[in-house]
Design a protein around this ligand. Structure first.
Ligand code: 6CS
Length: 316
């Protein structure tokens, strides 16, 4: 077998490193029967193009950020809801691994759209960068916020007063540099590795959301595979849960200093207090009702179930 695995990131970044390790394990387990070409971001188009390639079977495997499927699987916009997933990344990791709301209910909706999620996993807590300091909602007034392709991500920033627009990350460095957009959100490792801090004067440690990615496969391709090959894939997906978590955890920890210590292009890093986070949380929570009412038929059930799964885990 010769398969393609496309990622939304580059060599050295979490998704690519994950996919390389995934490919290596499949090759080993299958005694060389399976080989995989892993693609960095950009070679096959934008993030949205990559989703289409997975759906058509032009690539067999892809890492997809739900933020790029917001208009297709509306319920997948659950990940746009800020301050919903547990702040403690270990707890979020456990939630993503075990949630029935995500791994069964939401996954079935993706499958109806020819995308089979094999796992949901965290790339770390997200932070804001900007050409101005962002510590209270009023700072977002008129702020040109770059977002992924999801109406609910946009709506969440409009609730802070921002003026959001959709952009691929391939255009983001120059967008920030030229002022087409004023700021963006991402995990620390990505901000540092994509060098966004070079063209942003401020970073806010807001931990306002978790960056969730999905390991996905084309469903008809997967369903037609012999059982022993499916088993190798499933086993690798399971092993990769902790490997992926360690990858993001290490990179997010290591790369903060790169942003803080860049003397040529200094970036002022501010960590929000809990009171400051509360002011944002207050505006973010009503988006949950909006999600339930407007993000597809199953949004209400999925969010209710996920919230009770969170409660159960956080109560432990
Ligand atoms: O901001 C983005 O769109 C990109 N961020 C990450 C962490 N991965 C890929 C994605 O396209």
């Amino acid at each position: 077998y010769q398969w393609r695995f496309v990622t939304e990131e580059n060599d050295g970044q979490v998704q690519y490193e994950y996919a390389e390790e995934f490919a290596k394990r499949l090759e080993e387990k299958s005694d060389g029967q399976i080989t995989m070409d892993v693609y960095e971001f950009g070679g096959l188009g934008s993030e949205v193009d990559q989703v289409e390639q997975l759906q058509s079977g032009a690539v067999e495997f892809a890492i997809v950020s739900p933020g790029f499927t917001g208009t297709m699987v509306e319920e997948g916009q659950i990940f746009a809801l800020q301050f919903l997933l547990p702040d403690d990344q270990e707890v979020t990791h456990e939630l993503l691994n075990t949630s029935e709301a995500l791994n069964e209910d939401l996954a079935a909706l993706y499958e109806e759209n020819n995308i089979k999620p094999l796992s949901f996993w965290t790339e770390g807590a997200m932070q804001w960068t900007g050409n101005r300091e962002l510590t209270e909602p009023a700072d977002f007034e008129g702020f040109k916020m770059r977002t992924q392709d999801s109406p609910l991500i946009q709506k969440s920033y409009k609730a802070y007063g921002a003026d959001p627009s959709v952009m691929s990350w391939g255009e983001l460095y120059s967008g920030l540099q030229t002022g087409t957009v004023d700021g963006q959100e991402n995990p620390i490792f990505f901000i540092a590795d994509a060098s966004f801090h070079e063209v942003q004067d401020y970073m806010t440690i807001s931990n306002h959301n978790t960056y969730v990615a999905m390991t996905t496969v084309n469903p008809s391709f997967y369903n037609d595979l012999p059982d022993d090959i499916k088993e190798i894939i499933d086993e690798t997906v399971e092993e990769m849960r902790d490997v992926g978590f360690e990858l993001q955890d290490d990179l997010n920890n290591e790369l903060l200093s790169e942003i803080e210590e860049n003397e040529e292009n200094p970036t002022e890093v501010t960590k929000l207090t809990e009171e400051q986070r509360d002011a944002f949380r207050e505006l973010a929570i009503p988006q949950r009702d909006f999600y339930k009412e407007n993000a597809g038929d199953q949004a209400g059930e999925i969010l209710d179930k996920l919230e009770s799964e969170i409660e159960e885990l956080e109560g432990e």
